[in-house]
Design a protein around this ligand. Structure first.
Ligand code: 5AD
Ligand code: SF4
Length: 423
């Protein structure tokens, strides 16, 4: 039995793919790199927008058409459930807390119907993908119930991974050459286990021998407090990278989204970050076309993009998700208008993104080399703030290289090794 894993959606799903790889390996099932040679396919699906569901369904149908056994796992598996089996899209459906059933399904063994509600998979060791950077889910689920979002329904309530389990996982990969650790969660700032909170975890993980860089993703702006930001400034391994999803800059829309911060709260938090880490790489998520978003609300978001000067933004047109509160709100914006607004924010932010990249040109930086660059010579590398750089030089993943930033191509900064001046 050869199995192929296909991943859609967010970083959590990418991390979940590693859990599934581990479960396959422990269950004696071969994982293959190419769906063509597989007897079975596991899809780790995303339901955050309709488009992601459509793509996964198309792929699942194709795979079934080729006679492969198809397991639709993850968020869409949980939300759409048996309906996908009835429609002939999947042979089996599983939610994000049911991955342990995969090996038994693939071996045609009996599988129970029970769902482990508060699964953390904390006993599983990660798989070694040979990289120098690795991600670890420190919490799963979400309690926030933003009114547009299906994640709390798909992934269930928040629960945190005990520190001892995390340490065991991190040490396992550090022994195999990982130097950069990314702590993942739908909202890592909600981490709570025993008396440990998020800043404690960042400190403890950074102190593990061999961990040279620590990053984290995603943070709900409401939960970012001043004191932990100050504590983080004392952690030398911390990446100066903050992803703080704004969604909208209209207080009316933020209220309707149940985000529980105002634009002035958000500004304050950005100021803390920028004052504490002047070189911070700041990214955000923007959602346009939420029900009731007027031209004026939208203009506030455009203005905020210019004001906050994000290094990068993930931008989306609102997609109605069954079961959420927003879908029942009056005045759903027409699709064309949502898309028009989306192209307008993309245009504005693209200019900002490029200008922000250009501000680095001419500086010297200590770069962390991560992997060979695709389709061209050189290496992918990262700055201390996680901004990606293409290094025109030969180096090994895991190396630190002093480099001069010489230009910008697309969204990437280009670097050359710094030449030592001869006196
Ligand atoms: N429609 C469009 N975008 C959405 N997101 C979440 N739910 C929806 C939806 N219904 C976006 C938000 C979130 C990111 C992960 O996906 O911007 O931060
Ligand atoms: Fe969805 Fe909001 Fe939870 Fe993020 S914080 S996963 S947007 S409900």
């Amino acid at each position: 039995m050869d199995c192929y894993i296909k991943v859609y959606g967010c970083q959590m799903n990418a991390a979940d793919a590693h859990l599934v790889s581990r479960l396959l390996a422990d269950g004696g099932i071969e994982e293959v790199e190419d769906s063509q040679h597989a007897d079975a396919v596991v899809l780790l699906t995303c339901s955050v927008r309709r488009h992601a569901e459509d793509r996964a369904q198309g792929f699942a149908r194709t795979m079934r058409g080729e006679g492969k056994k198809v397991i639709v796992a993850g968020c869409m598996g949980r939300l759409r459930g048996e309906e996908l089996v009835k429609e002939g899209i999947a042979d089996y459906v599983l939610g994000p807390d049911e991955y342990r059933k995969i090996p038994r399904i693939l071996k045609d063994s009996e599988v129970s119907d029970t769902v482990e509600e508060l699964e953390t998979y904390s006993d599983l060791l990660p798989v070694d993908s040979g990289g120098v950077s690795a991600s670890f889910a420190i919490m799963r689920g979400c309690n926030n119930y933003c009114t547009y979002c299906v994640v709390p329904f798909a992934r269930g309530p928040e629960r945190s991974v005990p520190y001892e389990a995390l340490e065991r996982q991190v040490k396992y990969l550090v022994d195999k050459g990982v130097k950069e650790v990314f702590l993942l969660g739908q909202n890592v700032l909600a981490y709570a286990h025993d008396d440990l909170r998020f800043a404690d975890i960042v400190e403890k993980v950074s102190r593990i021998e061999g961990v040279e860089r620590t990053g984290f993703l995603t943070s709900h702006p409401r939960d970012l407090d001043y004191e932990p930001v100050q504590r983080m400034a004392d952690i030398p391994e911390l990446l100066h990278f903050f992803h703080l999803p704004l969604q909208s800059a209209s207080d009316k829309i933020l209220g309707m989204m149940n985000r529980r911060y105002t634009i002035s709260d958000y500004s304050e938090r950005i100021n803390w970050v920028r004052q504490t880490f002047p070189d911070a790489y700041l990214t955000t998520d923007i959602l346009v076309g939420f029900p009731g978003e007027t031209a004026e609300d939208f203009r506030m978001t455009l203005d905020a993009l210019k004001r906050f000067d994000f290094d990068f933004a993930y931008m989306f047109a609102y997609s109605e998700r069954p079961g959420t509160k927003a879908v029942r709100m009056a005045s759903q914006e027409p699709k064309e208008e949502r898309l028009r607004r989306l192209s307008e924010v993309i245009e504005v932010q693209t200019r900002i993104t490029r200008r922000r990249a250009e501000t680095w040109v001419g500086r010297n930086e200590d770069l962390f080399v991560t992997a060979p660059a695709p389709r061209r010579r050189g290496m992918l590398a990262e700055m201390k703030n996680h901004r990606s750089v293409i290094l025109n030089h030969t180096a090994r993943p895991g190396d630190f290289v002093q480099a001069r930033l010489v230009g910008v191509k697309g969204w990437s900064v280009i670097a050359e090794p710094a030449v030592k001046e001869v006196v």
